[in-house]
Design a protein around this ligand. Sequence first.
Ligand code: BEZ
Ligand code: MG
Length: 584
Amino acid sequence: MKEQPPQQPASPPSPDERDRRVLELYERVVEIEQRLIPTGLHVFGRAADAGECADLLRMVASFERPEHGARALPDLVAEGLGLGDFQSLLGGRDEETWRARERVDAVVRRAVAAFLGEGTEGACRLLAAEARVDAAESEKIFRLLAQVRVHLETSRELDGLAKALRGEYVEPGPGADVVQNPGVLPTGRNTHAVNPYAVPSRTAFARAEGVVRLLLERHRSERGRWPRAMALVLWGLDNIKTQGEGVAQALWLLGVRPVRDSLNRVTDVEPLPLERLGRPRIDVVMTVSGIFRDLFAPTMALLDRAVRRVAELDEPDESNGVRRNVREQMEADGCAFDEAAPRVFSNAPGSYGTNVNFMVMDSQWEQAEALGDLFVTRKCFAYGRDREGRAVEGREARGAFVRALSRVEAAYQNIDSFEIGITDVDHYFEYLGGVSRAVERHAEARPALYLSDATTREARVRSLAEMVRLETRAKTLNPKWYEGMLSHGFRGVAEIESHLTNTFGWSATADAVDEWVYREVAETFVLDREMIERLSRLNPHSARALVARLLEAQGRGFWRAEAEVLDRLRDIFAGLEDRIEGVT
Ligand code: BEZ
Ligand code: MG
């Protein structure tokens, strides 16, 4: 038997180390505190309340709005306070920078409150007095906020619905996230999608560069090298809302830029010089939703063309992962270029989704491999054009998909809206989790999993485990969130249960959930007598499903509950069964 070294008492950290740890902790707490969360469900036809209105207006004001000639409010405030460029404050990780950011945030908060209380003049006065912001500058942003506010405070949704039911004309409006494009207001209009030839927009391409840099830097700092290949999840609605940030990220990874034709349509790509990239081109396997496939056919063709163009560049292996991987596969399998080059995969034509979510939610799996296999079966259809220019539209290509996945070392997805995060719906785990299990099945190691969000100015890349922790703290376990949900009664309990199930989905597909998450969910919603009574009264079915999921998570080894806790959970489950079946 191996001898255990004697336990050394941990020496106290140096003052510098202690300060660093405190700052890191502080940073995490602020991150949770500042995360914008929906505090309740949207009630069709009901306008935003005052609190929501203030939060949304602050978010809208935090971005530059060149189309309205308005600068971002935090930028104006930071400059007025003599703190310099706000963007560079976002990157800083020292105490002084944090304090500077807090000062800016506090003034912005007061300015938006003054705007809501006293209107534009009051807000401009406050900004001039507190941060020496020129009223002519701040007026521009408040003019935009005034429009947004009017739309937020009125709702035409019921009118729109009634018109649609009468077969009357419903005014069109763009589909996007309100923070990214306030032009989506007023709601209740007929959402029109996007012109796929406009994707990616110039803004999306510019924003994607920084995110891809952070993503690759993060991977390199954790794993010591560039990923041999990456898997990317692309969704339709996401790329509508961001005007193609996900698409742009794929192009940046490959190291190409979009090229517009004489009609200003994005129809081609051009490789960026390696010196411009300052890193190798990364091989990307794109797993594309059925909605994306239906909406973005020209974009699918563009992505396939980009991969093939890069694979054919005359560059050294260490600078061009696509070329190296395609060539190695052709040599090893004795196959043609067209068999080794597909990287754009989706469902068979007319089919949608991975079904991994249903398998997880219905507890229809024993081994994790089954989830990866299902993902491959559903998503192994290749799209693009072969070397002869013939369209390949959903040809089954399981072998090519599995080979491409076998080289993947990191998988990634972009989040497009603060309203829907990775534990709000089952689709994030079915896609990102599904592809992770598929890679695990065919590659040598489990891939690193990353997410970024396009919802704030400060582009951040987080690991999946970090994101699960953040969502758990900011939503599931946050009284502000769950009380907001419970104010909806029956449906609110269903939302809480569904958050737990979606979190469970991340254990099932990626082992990315810490045990404390299950423990604290149990303590908050089930072991607290008053709370479980409330949930059971409002919606006994969801309450029972919640307890059952906690027990399933325990049974599958996702957390270890003490015997006493387990007994109580079982008793409560049995009590709910009796209650539902009418036994007293
Ligand atoms: C999409 O927009 O492509 C999408 C939406 C919901 C679930 C999966 C994909
Ligand atoms: Mg759904």
